[in-house]
Design a protein around this ligand. Structure first.
Ligand code: MRU
Length: 343
C-alpha cells in the first residue's frame, strides 16, 4: 500500500501529527513540542482513533524531557501520565499505553539512561501496533473474501492506528490481493470521520467505496448490498460488549435484523479485562455545538439544547466475532476473551 497516510511520527525529540481536523482538504502537520501540545491535540481530535491516541501519548509523555536528568523525570512522570489519561476517557488504549510508559519509568527509576529506555518503550508500542494491524489484516482476510461488500463506521484505518488500521486492514489486504471488495462508508455524524477520513484513505489506496449518510445504512442493508459490517472499537469489556463511535449500536441492531454478520477488529490493547461490561465504560460527552453546527456552520436554532455523546456500546450478543492480532474469536465471548488474553 503506497498511499497510507501517517498519523503519528516521532522525529528529533518532537511529535508530528497529521492534523485530522483538516482532512481531506488539507494535509497539515502539527508539531507538538511539549506535553500541553499533545494533550490539546488529543482533546481537539487533531489526533484521534483509539490506538493512535495511545501512541501519541506514549511519545507525548516524553516531550521536553530529553535534556532533563533522572530526578526530574521521576518527579514529573506520574502527574504527566494522569494529565494525558484525562484527555479522553473512553478509549482504553490511551490508559494502556500510558501505563506501559509508567511501568517502564518505575523499572528504570535509578537508571541514568532512563530517557533512552522510555523512548525505546514508546517506539516499541508504535512498532507493535503496526505489526498488530498487519496480523489483524491477515486474520480477517478470509472473512472479507467471503463477504466482500462491507459497511464500516467512523475511521478505523491507518489514520486511527498505524499503517493498515484495524477494521480496514483485512479490506486493504483483500483489495491488494485481488478480491473485488466494495466498502460502504458511513459519513459518521457529527464529526464526519467516515466522510473525511475513511473515504479519503480508501480512495487514495484504490479501494472501491461509496459514501452514505448514517441514516441510509439500514436501507442499503435491506437492498441486500451489504454482506458484512466491520468496525473498530475504543474499549472491549471482558464480557465482549464493545464501545465504539456513536452510531455503531444502531448499525449492529440493523445488521442483526437483516442477518448480516457484525464484526469488530481490534488489537489486544483495546480489550480491557478490568471493565466487566459495557455499562461500566465511561462515554465521553462532547460539546453539543458539534451537533448544532455542521463543519463550522450553524444548522440549528440559536440556544437549542443539544448533546454529543461520542461513543455508544454494542452489546456482545450483536457481535458475530472479534478480529484480533491473535486470530478471530467467536461467542461466547467471556471465555473466548479470557483464553485470548492468556495465550
Ligand atoms: O472520536 P474518535 O474519532 O477518536 O473515535 C474513533 C473511533 O470510534 C474508532 O472507531 C475507534 O477508535 C477504533 S480505531 C481503530
Amino acid at each position: 500500500m503506497k498511499n497510507i497516510p501517517v498519523s503519528v511520527e516521532w522525529k528529533n525529540d518532537k511529535l508530528f501529527l497529521l492534523d485530522q481536523r483538516k482532512l481531506p482538504g488539507e494535509e497539515k502537520i502539527v508539531v507538538c513540542e511539549n506535553l500541553q501540545d499533545v494533550i490539546v491535540s488529543i482533546k481537539t481530535l487533531t489526533v484521534r482513533g483509539a490506538p493512535a491516541i495511545g501512541i501519541a501519548a506514549a511519545y507525548g509523555i516524553l516531550l521536553g524531557l530529553e535534556d532533563t536528568g533522572l530526578n526530574e523525570i521521576n518527579r514529573v512522570f506520574k502527574s504527566r501520565a494522569s494529565e494525558l489519561v484525562d484527555a479522553r476517557p473512553t478509549a482504553v488504549n490511551l490508559a494502556w499505553a500510558v501505563d506501559r510508559m509508567l511501568a517502564c519509568q518505575e523499572a528504570n527509576r535509578s537508571n541514568e539512561n532512563i530517557y533512552e529506555c522510555l523512548l525505546r518503550e514508546a517506539k516499541d508500542i508504535h512498532q507493535s501496533d503496526r505489526e498488530s494491524c498487519r496480523a489483524i489484516g491477515e486474520h480477517g482476510l478470509d472473512l472479507v473474501r467471503k463477504h466482500p461488500n462491507i459497511l464500516t463506521h467512523c475511521n478505523a484505518g491507518s489514520l486511527a492506528v498505524s499503517e493498515l488500521g484495524t477494521a480496514l486492514a483485512p479490506i486493504y489486504l483483500a483489495n491488494e490481493r485481488g478480491t473485488k471488495v466494495h466498502v460502504f462508508v458511513d459519513e459518521t455524524r457529527p464529526l464526519l470521520q467516515g466522510a473525511r477520513l475513511t473515504a479519503f484513505e480508501l480512495s487514495r489506496n484504490g479501494v472501491p467505496c461509496t459514501l452514505i449518510s448514517d441514516n441510509m445504512a439500514a436501507h442499503i442493508m435491506s437492498e441486500g448490498k451489504i454482506d458484512m459490517v466491520i468496525t473498530g472499537a475504543d474499549r472491549i469489556a471482558s464480557n465482549g460488549d464493545a464501545a465504539n463511535k456513536i452510531g455503531t449500536l444502531s448499525i449492529a441492531i440493523a445488521a442483526k435484523y437483516f442477518e448480516i454478520p457484525f464484526f469488530i477488529a481490534v488489537p489486544l490493547s483495546t480489550i480491557d479485562l478490568s471493565t466487566p461490561s459495557g455499562s461500566d465504560v465511561v462515554i465521553e460527552e462532547r460539546d453539543g455545538n458539534e451537533v448544532t453546527h455542521f463543519h463550522g456552520t450553524m444548522v440549528a436554532p440559536l440556544g437549542v439544547s443539544a448533546r454529543s455523546p461520542a461513543f455508544d456500546v454494542t452489546p456482545s450478543e450483536l457481535i458475530a466475532g472479534i478480529i484480533t492480532e491473535r486470530g478471530v474469536i467467536y461467542p461466547p465471548f467471556p471465555g473466548a476473551i479470557k483464553n485470548l488474553m492468556i495465550e
